[in-house]
Design a protein around this ligand. Structure first.
Ligand code: GLP
Length: 241
């Protein structure tokens, strides 16, 4: 595991964007695993800037997103489909047919999860998976549990996740209670992982993730077992080290 210390969120975003750029340059038809939330916004902005300068080409890139709220249509401004389009895809030359996100409107969980697992396997797996970190140690929407979830599945969101994500909705009652997410095994099968963590409010959980025991109660702690993980965190997030 490599740990890079960034000065602040901007520095973190540039470092993360540099790592993703290197992946796209070295393998133009790579499969990028993408994430939502506040953490990757600066990274996407930086990648867009470099694309517009002519330094990056996404025409052959394929993408798979980590997760999606169950029950939110694509045109809902809180769906992760909408987020990815607004914050990244609409400003780069990725082919929309090459972008994949779980379908939150499929009510049959088993059907949607096996479809999504098949999408990832048909693409040949993920070359580089970008991850943010939830306050309770979740990655994607893999919440603390008594066992590590394997492949794509439907989860009940933890009260703390509903609380953390209510800032994007009119009220906590409007936050969907369930989501589809890649499983821990899906994430661990990515050839490379890039975890980005910003802010003092993530300092304790980042410490636990990297230094604590590997336990499903802190889902991201499993990353200690992956052979190619890069962590980029800002000074605030590293304040417990
Ligand atoms: C959300 C997402 C995760 C994200 C995490 C942290 O619930 N499902 O993929 O990494 O929470 O979000 P943020 O970056 O906004 O702190």
């Amino acid at each position: 595991m490599r740990l890079y210390r960034a000065k602040d969120y901007n520095d973190l975003s540039r470092k993360a964007a540099n790592i993703i750029s290197a992946q796209v340059i070295m393998k133009p038809d790579c499969v990028l695993g993408l994430a939502t939330g506040s953490s990757p916004l600066g990274t996407y902005r930086q990648l867009i800037e470099w694309y517009k300068k002519g330094d990056l080409d996404f025409s052959e890139v394929k993408s798979v997103n980590l997760d999606e709220y169950k029950g939110l249509p694509k045109d809902n401004d809180q769906s992760y489909y909408y987020f990815m389009h607004q914050n990244f895809f609409k400003d780069i030359n990725i082919n929309p047919e090459n972008t994949h996100i779980p379908n939150g409107m499929e009510p049959d969980s088993e059907k949607e999860c096996s479809r999504y697992n098949q999408v990832i396997s048909d693409l040949g797996g993920i070359d580089l998976q970008l991850l943010g970190l939830g306050h309770n140690g979740h990655i994607g929407f893999n919440e603390p549990d008594t066992a590590f979830a394997k492949m794509t599945h439907c989860v009940d969101l933890a009260p703390s996740t509903i609380e953390a994500n209510k800032r994007f909705f009119a009220s906590a009652d409007d936050v969907p209670r369930q989501a589809y997410t890649m499983g821990i095994k899906t994430i661990m099968q990515a050839r490379k992982i890039l975890l980005i963590v910003s802010g003092e409010d993530k300092a304790q959980i980042l410490y636990d993730v990297l230094n604590g025991p590997i336990t499903p109660h802190v889902p991201a702690s499993i990353l200690q077992l992956h052979s190619d993980v890069t962590v980029v965190a800002d000074e605030a997030a590293l304040s417990k080290f």
